[in-house]
Design a protein around this ligand. Structure first.
Ligand code: DQQ
Length: 540
C-alpha cells in the first residue's frame, strides 16, 4: 500500500522491485516505444549480473514490462550486460550495441539483433555469434571502455559510433567506423576529448535543427543543424554544442567541456546516464535519464527498490543557438485530471499562497511570475560564480529583494517539511541575473538523506520575459523546468509527514519586494498504468 511505500511514484517509470539505472536502447519501432534499462533482478542494489530489462509503450506514459531482453549468458557478457544503444538500419531493421562485462571484467562491445522483426514488441533478442565485435584498443584500460551510442551514417555510407573512455585524465569519445555494422575499425583519433574530466559514461552525439524545434534523425548533417555532444561524468550529464566536421572526423565544440560549474548540463539536479533518440513518428528528439535515490543503501534494501526514470522529455535547440530546451513530452497531459487555475495573484513579501483542492503529492504545476519593479533588484556580486553554492548559501529561508519566490512542494501545513523550488533575480553589471534553485534541505524531518541544494543560472531577460516554472511532483521525485525549459532540476525527496493526502502545495515569496503570479495552473495527476500485463488487466 502507499502507506508502506510512500515513495513509490504514480507516473514516473519504475520497476516493481529491485535496482534500476541507465535507460538503454531507446527506439520507436512499428508504433511502439521501447525502453530497455539497466536492472538487477536479484537485489535493490547494484552488483554483477546486470541485465537489460525491457518495457514498451504506445504513448510514453503507460508501460508494459516484458521479459528481459539481454541477460549475462556468454563469455563476452557473462558478468553483466551494461549500457548501450539501438540503431534502426535502413529497411526498418533495429539492432542493439551494448557493453558486455566479460569473464576477465573487460569491457567489450557486442551486437544483438531481434529474433523476429515482425514482432513490434521485439521480445526476443539474439546475440551475434561473433561477439565481441569491439575489444578495448591498445592503451585503453579494459575497464574504461563502454556505452556505445546509436550509430549514424555519413554521406560516404559508413556507420559511425562512439564509445566512452578515459585516458591521461581526459574523458573521450572514441570513434569507430564500419561498412557492414559487424566489422568496426577505430579512427586515428577520438571524435572529441575533454580536458580534466572523469571517465565518460553514456556519451550521446546527435544533431539538432537550428531553424525548427523538430528533431532530426541521428544521421542528419546539413547547414541547418548543429551537433550536441553529451557525456556523463562526476555524477552529472554535461553537454556542449558545436559543429561536426566530417572531413576532419572531429566534433568542434563552441565552448570547452571541463565539468566546471558553469558548463551546460541537461539537468542540474539528480539526473544521469541520459540518452536521446529520434522519434520518427512525431519528428521529435526524446530524452530519457536515470534518477538515482538520495536515501541510504539500507533504505533501498528496506524499500526493496532503487532508481527511477525521469519523465520522458522532448529536447531541441533554443532560438539563441546557445543551449538546449527541454519539456516533458506532450503525452503527459493525458494524465492531467482536475485543474486548479488562478490569475493575477499578488504575492507580497513574506507570503505564501496555498494551491488547494489538488492531490499535491501527485501534480503537474505551471506558474509564471511578473516582477513590476525590476530596477529595485539587489545587486549581483561578481564573485558569485557557482550557482549551486549561491543557492545553498541563499537558501529558501534567506530573504532577498526579488526572491526567493516560487513553489513549496510536498510541504506540510506548518511548512516543517517542504522542498522549495525558487527564483532570485539580481541586478548585474549590464543585465539582470536570474538564479533558479531547488532546496531540499527541509524536504524531510529524517536524517541520513542526501539533501544537497541544486541550482543554475537561467539565461533569460526578465525585462522582456515572464519567469516561468513548471514542476512535476510525484511522491519522491520533483522535476522542475525553469524559463520554459531552459534549466531543468530534478530532485529526490523523502518526506515523513508530507505524504499522500497530507502533502500541500504553495506558491511563496520570501523576498521583500512583491511579485505577481500572472497565472498558475495545477493539475492533479492520474496514475499511469505501468506494470506487467497481468497486473494491468485489473485496471488501476
Ligand atoms: N552504468 C552502466 C555503465 C555505465 C554506467 C552500468 C553509467 O555501462 O557507464 O550499469 O551509469
Amino acid at each position: 500500500t502507499s502507506r508502506e511505500q510512500p515513495y513509490r511514484t504514480s507516473y514516473h517509470f519504475q520497476s516493481p522491485r529491485n535496482w534500476l539505472n541507465d535507460p538503454n536502447g531507446l527506439m520507436y519501432y512499428k508504433g511502439v516505444y521501447h525502453l530497455f534499462y539497466q536492472y538487477n533482478p536479484h537485489s535493490a542494489l547494484f552488483s554483477d549480473g546486470i541485465v537489460w530489462a525491457h518495457s514498451v509503450s504506445y504513448d510514453l506514459v503507460n508501460w508494459v514490462h516484458l521479459n528481459h531482453a539481454l541477460e549475462p549468458s556468454e563469455p563476452f557478457d557473462i558478468i553483466s550486460c551494461w549500457s548501450g544503444s539501438a540503431t534502426i538500419l535502413p529497411g526498418n531493421r533495429p539492432v542493439i550495441l551494448y557493453t558486455g562485462i566479460d569473464a576477465n571484467y573487460s569491457q567489450v562491445q557486442n551486437l544483438a539483433i531481434p529474433k523476429n522483426e515482425s514482432d513490434p514488441f521485439l521480445q526476443d533478442w539474439v546475440k551475434f555469434s561473433l561477439n565481441p565485435i569491439i575489444v578495448p584498443p591498445e592503451g585503453i584500460k579494459p575497464d574504461n571502455f563502454r556505452d556505445p551510442t546509436t550509430a549514424w551514417q555519413g554521406p560516404d555510407g559508413k556507420w559511425r559510433i562512439i564509445v566512452g573512455s578515459w585516458k591521461d585524465d581526459k574523458g573521450m569519445a572514441i570513434l569507430y567506423q564500419s561498412d557492414d555494422f559487424f566489422n568496426w575499425s577505430k579512427s586515428e583519433h577520438p571524435l572529441f576529448t575533454s580536458s580534466k574530466t572523469g571517465m565518460w559514461e553514456c556519451p550521446d552525439f546527435f544533431p539538432v535543427s537550428t531553424d525548427s524545434t523538430n528533431g532530426v534523425d541521428t544521421s542528419t548533417l546539413n547547414p541547418r543543424t548543429k551537433h550536441v555532444m553529451k557525456a556523463s561524468f562526476n555524477s552529472h550529464d554535461y553537454y556542449v554544442l558545436g559543429t561536426y566536421n566530417l572531413e576532419m572526423e572531429r566534433f568542434l565544440p563552441d565552448e570547452e567541456l571541463t565539468g566546471a560549474s558553469l558548463d551546460l548540463r541537461l539537468d542540474y539536479g539528480k539526473y544521469y546516464a541520459s540518452k536521446s533518440f529520434f522519434d520518427s513518428a512525431n519528428k521529435r528528439r526524446l530524452l530519457f535519464g536515470w534518477v538515482n535515490e538520495s536515501d541510504s543503501t539500507e533504505d533501498d534494501i528496506a524499500k526493496g527498490w532503487s532508481g527511477l526514470q525521469a519523465f520522458p522529455r522532448e529536447i531541441w535547440l533554443d532560438g539563441s543557438g546557445k543551449q538546449l530546451i527541454q519539456r516533458p513530452v506532450e503525452e503527459i497531459k493525458t494524465l492531467r485530471d482536475k485543474n486548479v487555475g488562478v490569475e493575477s495573484v499578488g504575492l507580497d513579501g513574506g507570503s505564501t499562497y496555498e494551491v488547494s483542492d489538488i492531490t499535491a503529492s501527485q501534480v503537474d504545476v505551471e506558474v509564471a511570475f511578473e516582477l513590476p519593479k525590476l530596477e529595485e533588484a539587489e545587486l549581483m556580486d561578481p564573485n558569485w560564480l557557482d550557482p549551486q553554492i549561491l543557492c545553498s548559501e541563499k537558501n529558501a529561508s534567506v530573504s532577498g529583494k526579488y526572491g526567493p519566490f516560487g513553489l513549496l512542494a510536498l510541504a506540510t501545513e506548518d511548512l516543517r517539511e517542504q522542498t522549495a523550488i525558487f527564483i532570485r533575480v539580481f541586478k548585474g553589471h549590464n543585465r539582470y541575473v536570474v538564479l533558479m534553485c531547488s532546496d531540499q534541505s527541509r524536504s524531510s524531518l529524517r536524517n541520513g538523506i542526501d539533501k544537497t541544494t541544486y541550482g543554475a543560472f537561467l539565461d533569460l531577460d526578465p525585462q522582456v520575459e515572464k519567469i516561468s516554472l513548471r514542476t512535476l511532483i510525484d511522491h519522491s521525485i520533483i522535476e522542475s523546468f525553469g524559463g520554459d525549459g531552459k534549466v531543468c532540476i530534478t530532485s529526490r525527496v523523502y518526506p515523513v509527514l508530507a505524504i499522500d493526502e497530507a502533502a500541500r502545495l504553495y506558491a511563496f515569496n520570501y523576498g521583500t519586494l512583491s511579485v505577481q503570479v500572472e497565472r498558475l495552473d495545477a493539475w492533479s495527476m492520474r496514475k499511469a498504468r505501468i506494470g506487467h500485463r497481468e497486473s494491468l488487466s485489473y485496471g488501476e
